[in-house]
Each structure stands twice: as structure tokens, then as C-alpha cells.
Design a protein around this ligand. Structure first.
Ligand SMILES: Cc1cc2nc3c(=O)[nH]c(=O)nc-3n(C[C@H](O)[C@H](O)[C@H](O)COP(=O)(O)OP(=O)(O)OC[C@H]3O[C@@H](n4cnc5c(N)ncnc54)[C@H](O)[C@@H]3O)c2cc1C
Length: 455
């Protein structure tokens, strides 16, 4: 008899769980509350005043070569990786040409020598004095050693004690915010070091080095959600958007009844809750399941997580302006209020159309995260000062208020097992990664493996 599973939530974790479950022989029902697949990594159609629809991402996403689960899943779905992702050796170049710029020979080294390439880039980093470059190199070599789990976790800022200011400001702060979306005074040193180790010493699918930045050339929908949905449809899965699950009920015989906001009910043998953990906790409470002590403990751990926003401002530069770098991404000098964006990306969302700039402010100050016009003004002034660019036309500002959980020292995260027969998946579920696509995909695959192990 066919085994049935309902996956609640069509973000990257839910899609990964659904594909892996279908591959293992389960009949899948995938239920997504919003009108879109992809969750926090999705494409949003934006209409401009001339009536053109732009397929913009809700935020710029960077993958790295060490994202083995995500890249493996994309390959499984037939996504042409070399065409879809642009490879950049680990780079942190500022508009003035300063920063971490790889040497010409670095990218030609075998992937296992990625740390050597980074070391060479650090020794070339301008405008740091030699003392700063050597200090950065020494610190990095120390951080790559395995974390001693007996020592307490601390903020990344503590790791940086004694490092020269430019190294912290121009290298560690942007790297930490890009990887953990948490400022260094609050970010977990353990997780930061684990991500660094994976990115420099971990495996990566050929031809990439684990530290390579892989920048999407296509919109996020084409990276994973669209091909995943096509594969699930071809395998006979039931796929519903606009389908919010509002309650779960244990079925008298085997499995669960899922109640949807529209009044429909779905019966299934197994359930994977791939919603953000706060939504999962609400659903469990609305279903009265939090009366069970283990579920109550799960909900309490979920409720203790804090979240950080990410804002993305899309602007169209004047037609006669030229992007000043070879690579499509530049780091920016930041200030909490007057220069909130850490990165600017140069994208062409529509073939043969004008390019678009995407300015990313990770964990912006609350006053900017809640006031889009103030954010837009600050970002435009930052562009004027750092790239000499004025006269841009605003296209859209997307603020994801709960983009990622704050990855703080000693953080406890809810686990995959919620209750007998109820599994959770998602980027916040306990695992080695911070809130990332890789964390979400790994968690989805783990939930599908646990389903099959139990059945
Ligand atoms: C702006 C931004 C930039 C980012 N940049 C990067 C980056 O550069 N690199 C990187 O690796 N990661 C990045 N991330 C993080 C990454 O996007 C997330 O970690 C990942 O998408 C989380 O996926 P998920 O499936 O766990 O959760 P989600 O994507 O949140 O999916 C959960 C889904 O569940 C649905 N849902 C909720 N409640 C219900 C319900 N009751 N019934 C049915 N469905 C429900 C939601 O609508 C949602 O679609 C970024 C995130 C943002 C927001």
C-alpha cells in the first residue's frame, strides 16, 4: 500500500522533504499557505509604472561551494548548475578596489587548497598595513582548528579581541553578517567558526571549491522551487498553494487529519511541518497538542528564538551608468544609520532589459527596518557617496521582518521530532548551519530520511 505524507510549507525545506519523500516512494501532498512556492527564497513579480513586470527575488541569496545538500538537490532536479550559478572565488571587494581580492592564480588551485588561496588574498588585502594582514592570517588559522566543545560559546566580537580595527570592520563584520545575519557583538563564535571551516576545508561538488561564492544568474524560482514543483507534479504529488493548515488532529486509526483555513480536510499517515518554527508552534497550540509535555517543551524552545530582518532596495541606475567592477557584487562601507547596506549586487532580471541594482541591508537598525522611505533615502545617499551614483529610479523595497533567527552564542534550537508521528523541518531546526538555504535543505532531507526509517 502507498504510504502518504503531507508536507506543510513550500519553502526550500518543505520542497527538499517533498522531493526526498517522493523519491523514497511516498505519496506527497504539499500544502503552502501563500500564493508562492519558495518561502523566504522566492521570486516576487513587481510591476513598474511603465507596466513592465520584473521577476525580483525577495532578497539576494548567495550560495557557496560547501552547500553540498542544496547543490546536490538542484542537480537531482536537473538544474544546469554551471549556467544558473556564477562562480566567484571568495571576494570582498569595495568600490574603491580595496578589500579581499583573490590573486589570479587562486581560483586555479585544486579545491583542497582553498585556505591557501584565501591566505594569499589576505596578504594582498589593501589598504591594511602588513601588521594587520599577518594578524588576520594568524587569527584565521586559529579559527580553522576544530571548536573545543568544552569551552563556552562567545560572541564573534570576543574572537576578534586584539585584531586591528580595519580587519574587523572590513572583513570579519561583513563576513559574519553575510553568513549568520547577526552582528559580531551578538553572533555565535562556534557557528561562525563551523561555517568558516566548512567553507574552507569542507567538501564541495566539482568543479567548485567550498569557499566559492555562487551567485544566482537566474531568479530564485528557477534555482529550486520551479523545477521541484515540476518534478513533484510529474510524480503525482498533490500540490496546493493558498492552503493554510490551521489545525492538526490525530486520526482514530492511523495518521493525522489536517484542517485547512478554506474548510478542507486532508488525511495522511505522516506529517512534516516545514513552516517557520513560530508558525509551527502556533499550529501546535491551535491544535491543543501543546498540552503534551514534549510538544510544550518544543514550543518553548521555538519561542525563545529571536529573529532579524533583511531589507533589499531595488534601484534602476541611469542608462548611461556603468557597473564599476568585473564581478556582480561589491561590499560597501557601513554605518548603522547613514550607510545601512553591506552589499550591492548588479543584476539583469529580464533578458535584454536594463540592469537593476539590489542593495542589501542585513539586520538594519529598527528605525530603518520599519520606515521604507528613510531606508531608501539612506541607501541612495550611501550609493552617491561610495559609488558616485545618483539619479537612480526606485523599483521596489522588500523588507523581510523575520528573515533569519539571530544566531547567538549557546543558542538552543527545536529538534526534528515534535511528537510521535510529527516531524519538523526548516532552517531553524537544530543543525550545524545558521539560517541558510543549506540549513533548510539539509533539514528537509533529514526529515524525509526519518520518515522512511520509521515506516
Ligand atoms: C532577504 C533574505 C536573504 C537571505 N540570504 C540568504 C543567503 O544569501 N544565503 C542563504 O543561504 N540563505 C539566505 N537567506 C535564508 C534563507 O532564505 C532561509 O534560510 C530559507 O529560505 C528558509 O527556508 P525554510 O523552508 O526553512 O522556511 P521558509 O522559506 O520560511 O518556508 C516556510 C513556508 O511555510 C509556509 N507556511 C507557514 N505557515 C503555514 C501553514 N500554517 N500552512 C501552510 N504553509 C505555511 C510559509 O508561507 C513558507 O512558504 C536569506 C533570507 C532572506 C529572507
Amino acid at each position: 500500500m502507498t504510504r502518504t505524507v503531507a508536507v506543510v510549507g513550500g519553502g526550500w525545506a518543505g520542497l527538499a522533504a517533498a522531493i526526498a519523500a517522493q523519491d523514497a516512494g511516498w505519496h506527497v501532498t504539499l500544502l503552502e499557505a501563500s500564493p508562492y512556492w519558495g518561502g523566504r527564497a522566492r521570486t516576487v513579480p513587481v510591476l513598474d509604472e511603465a507596466g513592465t513586470t520584473w521577476p525580483l527575488d525577495n532578497g539576494q541569496h548567495i550560495l557557496i561551494g560547501a552547500y553540498t545538500a542544496t547543490l546536490g538537490l538542484m542537480r537531482r532536479l536537473g538544474v544546469p548548475l554551471a549556467q544558473t550559478l556564477q562562480r566567484l572565488p571568495l571576494t570582498l571587494r569595495y568600490p574603491d578596489g580595496m578589500g579581499l581580492v583573490p590573486s589570479a592564480w587562486g581560483p586555479r588551485l585544486p579545491p583542497r587548497l582553498a585556505p591557501l588561496a584565501l591566505g594569499a588574498a589576505l596578504l594582498r588585502a589593501r589598504p591594511w598595513p602588513w601588521r594587520a594582514r599577518l594578524a588576520a592570517l594568524r587569527a584565521l588559522a586559529g579559527w580553522l582548528r576544530p571548536v573545543d566543545a568544552r569551552s563556552p560559546d562567545t560572541p564573534v566580537a570576543n574572537l576578534c579581541a586584539g585584531l586591528p580595527d580595519p580587519v574587523v570592520r572590513d572583513l570579519i563584520e561583513p563576513l559574519c553578517v553575510a553568513a549568520l545575519n547577526t552582528p559580531i557583538d551578538r553572533a555565535s563564535a562556534w557557528v561562525f567558526r563551523r561555517v568558516l571551516r566548512d567553507a574552507l576545508l569542507g567538501p564541495a561538488p566539482a568543479p567548485w571549491a567550498p569557499s566559492d561564492l555562487l551567485l544566482p544568474r537566474a531568479d530564485l524560482g528557477q534555482l529550486l522551487p520551479d523545477p521541484a514543483i515540476a518534478t513533484l507534479r510529474a510524480g503525482g504529488a498533490v500540490l496546493r498553494t493558498g492552503a493554510r493548515v490551521v489545525a492538526l488532529q490525530r486520526a482514530a486509526g492511523v495518521g493525522w487529519w489536517l484542517h485547512l483555513a478554506c474548510g478542507d480536510t486532508v488525511h495522511t499517515q505522516a506529517v512534516v511541518l516545514a513552516c517557520p518554527v513560530a508558525a509551527t508552534a502556533r499550529l501546535l497550540a491551535a491544535s491543543g497538542l501543546d498540552a503534551e509535555p514534549t510538544v510544550a517543551a518544543w514550543c518553548a524552545t521555538a519561542a525563545a528564538l529571536h529573529h532579524q530582518p533583511i531589507a533589499t532596495v531595488y534601484l534602476r541606475p541611469p542608462p548611461d551608468w556603468h557597473w564599476p567592477a568585473a564581478e556582480p557584487m561589491l561590499a560597501l562601507h557601513t554605518h548603522a544609520v547613514t550607510a545601512p547596506a553591506q552589499f550591492v549586487f548588479w543584476r539583469r532580471p529580464l533578458a535584454n532589459s536594463a540592469p537593476v541594482l539590489a542593495l542589501v541591508a542585513s539586520a538594519p537598525a529598527p528605525a530603518l527596518a520599519t520606515d521604507r522611505s528613510a531606508l531608501l533615502r539612506a541607501v541612495q545617499e550611501q550609493l552617491q557617496r561610495q559609488l558616485g551614483l545618483g539619479g537612480c529610479t526606485p523599483l521596489a523595497t522588500v523588507v523581510e521582518k523575520r528573515a533569519t533567527f539571530a544566531c547567538t552564542p549557546g543558542l538552543r534550537r527545536p529538534g526534528m521530532h515534535v511528537a510521535p508521528g510529527l516531524l519538523a523541518a526548516g532552517d531553524a531546526i537544530d543543525g550545524p548551519y545558521p539560517a541558510t538555504l543549506e540549513g533548510a535543505v539539509r533539514s528537509g532531507l533529514a526529515a524525509a530520511a526519518a520518515l522512511s526509517a520509521r515506516a
